[in-house]
Unconditional design. Structure first.
Length: 93
């Protein structure tokens, strides 16, 4: 099954285009790029010039999917990528 608005939090995020629409660290607001790495608590975006490490907690991130942009609270993504499906099973965005 492909990535879509209802299952984006269960999928691999590396390679997706993303934009930080809001963050508790205002210097990150509006930053965008391609996700090149993900850890338990951060996403790493590459904007073509440099990499930007974005803490997941306190952020609202818009992911660019082929047919739709999807906004996700960073708190929904906290945790190791492989454990998200276990922890978030049954949760609706």
């Amino acid at each position: 099954m492909g990535r879509n608005a209802s299952n984006i939090i269960y999928h691999e995020l590396i390679g997706l285009k993303a934009r930080i629409c809001s963050h508790t660290d205002v210097t990150l607001n509006g930053r965008s790029g391609i996700i090149v790495d993900e850890t338990m608590n951060t996403l790493v975006l590459e904007d073509g010039v440099r990499t930007i490490t974005v803490p997941k907690f306190g952020s609202r991130i818009i992911f660019k999917l082929p047919y739709k942009d999807v906004e996700v609270r960073g708190e929904m993504l906290v945790g190791r990528p492989e454990d998200r499906i276990k922890r978030l099973r049954g949760v609706v965005i």
